[in-house]
Structures are given as structure tokens and as C-alpha cells.
Write a protein of this length. Structure first.
Length: 357
């Protein structure tokens, strides 16, 4: 099997200085992608069957889960950039179904296997130890004492959470803000703390409501429960709510009636278009960007057990600070002084001047 082809600065035809080309920038690969595709089309080294394989194993069949869809696009674009052959295996939503597809990925001769979801945490290590020739990437859910061929991708979501807290505090008229999350996990608690710290840094007198959690059997897809929690928070005088409950967020938006005059900050992807006039901004997670960066590091020989990506690498972001913010329909774009403050703080985090714990 031929080795994974590395895409160097010379390959990309970059006009950037060498040091900048090698340093991950916010979604810089989007600028390189068209040229990389052109290079791939004119310099064929072998048939597709001879290219190393990168296989994405989904924890469930294809659905409208945005993060899982980002996994597909990230693997596809990484394959185009690094001359790999990409494919996706959809698992039945059972432990046995996921185990079967991991085994299938090994049998198909994958060079890299990408998985996303806590569902793989219990079964990936054994598979990896039985296939030491394969590199495994798992997003967010790191495994203690994992096999040496497993790399965990984590996100510094607390950086964007801090910015969301600043935004909520500065946009609040009542002086009360809150967070509605899906499930009360250690990661979500960390993001909640960062949200509160950012709020208090921007406005020391702000009141941060105790977080409310959807929980239950479907915390990421229970809009009625999220709607009920939102009404509770509105009754307590909160007028800016960070909706960090994935598919449950539609319930938050539904509860934000014109009479309440309250606003939300969405999460995951741009949700401003889902509830025009009710969503200020969003904390975005770009799993596709993270996968592309991780595959690039593997292609350049990295065997690190963990890659950690944040604002600097473009793996997390606020919608309003992105390149396509003007088309986002986010309400915060009407408040330019606030946007300037957020941009300055984001730059301080990226440069290392401001540390977010």
C-alpha cells in the first residue's frame, strides 16, 4: 500500500511564507482545496484502487445530524487533499452493528479510520490493538490508556463559550442570562463555566442563571423539554439564553416569542436562519476542519495520542466572526461595537494573550 501523500507548501503553490504555510490558520485549507483538486486531477500516480483508504464509520445510519454530516465532509475533503480513497460505513444503532462496521473497515484495508460518538469509546481500543497498522481517529471521546495507534481529537469549545458569555452579557437588557444544555457532563460543565466567566469579564454585575439541563433518554433531541426549561428561565427574568442542546434547541427558539423580547445564542452550526430575529449568534464546532487538520498531521508523520483544536485552528468559532457572517442572518450583526469587542477578545485568545482555563 503506498504511503499517504503529504501536501507541502510547494505542492499547494502557496505565496505565503514557509512558516505561515505550515502553521494552521482559521480554515485556510478552504483556499487550498481548489488547487489541491487540480493537482490531483493532473498528476495521477495510480488508480483509485491503489490509493490508501480513509474510512469514516458512522455510529448510526445516515440522518440529519449536522456533526455526523461534518464527519463525512471532513473525510471526503481530507481524501481529496491528501490523495486518499474515502468511503463511509453506516452502522446499525447497536453495539454489535458498530463493532461489525469497525471490523469491516479493518478488513477493507483502511489506512485511517475515523469515528465520531461516545458509542465507539467502549469498543474502539480492542479493534485498534488487533490492527496496529491502521491509524484510528476518534472525535471528542478520549480513551484512557488507549492503543498507540489511536488519536483523539478534542475541541477547545471553552474558548468560544467564553465569547458567547461576553456576547450574552453585553446584549442583555435585564442583566440576567442563562444556559440550557443537553446533558450535565464534565465537558458541558467546563463550557458553562467559561460562559459565565466571559459574561462576568464583560459585565461584572451580570447575573448568570444556574444552568438547566434537558437530560432524559434523548437530551439532544427533546424540543418539548427544552421549551419548558426556556419558559422557566424566562419567568426568572433571563433575556439571553445560550441554547447548547443540539437538536433540542428548536424548543428554546419556539419559546422565545415576540412578547418575551428574549434572544438566544445557538450552537453547533448557524441556527440564526432557523429562527430569524430570535438568534443573536452561534457557537460553532467544525468537525470537518478538525478531521482535515488531523489527517494532515498524520500524513506528516505525527503519532500524537491527541490533537486539540480551537479558535486558532478554526475548529470552533462564533458565526458572527466568520468569513461568511454577512450571510448568516444573525441578529448580533446589528450591534457593531459589540462585534468589535468580541473580535478583539477572540484575537487575544488566538494570540495567547488571554488564557481560557
Amino acid at each position: 500500500m503506498p504511503p499517504i501523500r503529504r501536501l507541502s507548501c510547494a505542492d499547494a503553490g502557496s505565496a505565503m511564507p514557509e512558516q505561515e504555510c505550515r502553521t494552521p490558520r482559521i480554515r485556510w485549507w478552504l483556499l487550498l482545496l481548489p488547487l489541491a483538486l487540480l493537482l490531483a486531477s493532473v498528476s495521477v500516480i495510480g488508480s483509485a484502487a491503489e490509493l490508501p483508504k480513509i474510512i469514516y464509520v458512522r455510529p448510526v445510519p445516515n440522518n440529519d445530524d449536522v456533526l455526523l454530516q461534518q464527519g463525512s465532509s471532513g473525510v471526503s475533503n481530507a481524501a481529496k487533499l491528501y490523495r486518499l480513497q474515502a468511503s463511509t460505513l453506516e452502522s446499525q444503532p447497536t453495539r454489535a452493528g458498530r463493532q461489525q462496521q469497525l471490523d469491516n473497515a479493518v478488513q477493507q484495508g483502511a489506512a485511517i479510520v475515523v469515528v465520531m460518538g461516545i458509542e465507539f469509546k467502549e469498543i474502539l481500543d480492542k479493534v485498534a490493538r488487533q490492527a496496529p497498522q491502521i491509524r484510528f481517529l476518534i472525535l471528542e471521546h478520549c480513551i484512557d490508556n488507549a492503543a498507540s495507534n489511536i488519536t483523539c481529537i478534542t475541541f477547545r469549545e471553552n474558548e468560544a463559550s467564553y465569547l458567547a458569555g461576553m456576547q450574552a452579557a453585553l446584549a442583555s437588557g435585564s442583566g440576567k442570562i442563562g444556559l440550557i444544555g443537553a446533558s450535565n457532563t464534565a465537558l458541558r460543565q467546563k463550557n458553562g463555566i467559561a460562559f459565565a466567566n466571559g459574561a462576568r469579564a464583560a459585565k461584572p454585575t451580570i447575573t448568570v442563571h444556574e444552568p438547566l439541563w434537558v437530560e432524559g433518554p434523548q437530551p439532544f433531541n427533546d424540543p418539548p423539554r427544552a421549551e419548558a426549561l426556556t419558559k422557566t428561565m424566562l419567568g426568572d427574568g433571563v433575556d439571553v439564553i445560550w441554547a447548547a442542546a443540539a437538536g433540542s434547541n428548536s424548543g428554546v427558539f419556539k419559546a422565545l416569542t415576540p412578547q418575551s423580547r428574549a434572544k438566544a445564542i445557538g450552537s453547533g452550526v448557524n441556527q440564526c436562519i432557523q429562527a430569524p430575529g430570535r438568534v443573536l449568534d452561534n457557537v460553532e464546532v467544525h468537525a470537518d476542519t478538525a478531521i482535515i487538520l488531523a489527517v494532515g498531521l498524520l500524513a506528516n508523520g505525527s503519532t500524537a495520542p491527541r490533537f486539540d483544536f480551537g479558535l486558532k485552528e478554526g475548529a470552533v468559532a462564533l458565526t458572527a466572526l466568520g468569513l461568511d457572517a454577512a450571510y448568516s442572518e444573525c441578529e448580533i450583526l446589528r450591534q457593531r461595537p459589540l462585534l468589535l469587542k468580541l473580535r478583539e477578545t477572540s484575537s487575544a485568545i488566538v494570540s495567547g494573550k488571554l488564557k481560557i482555563d
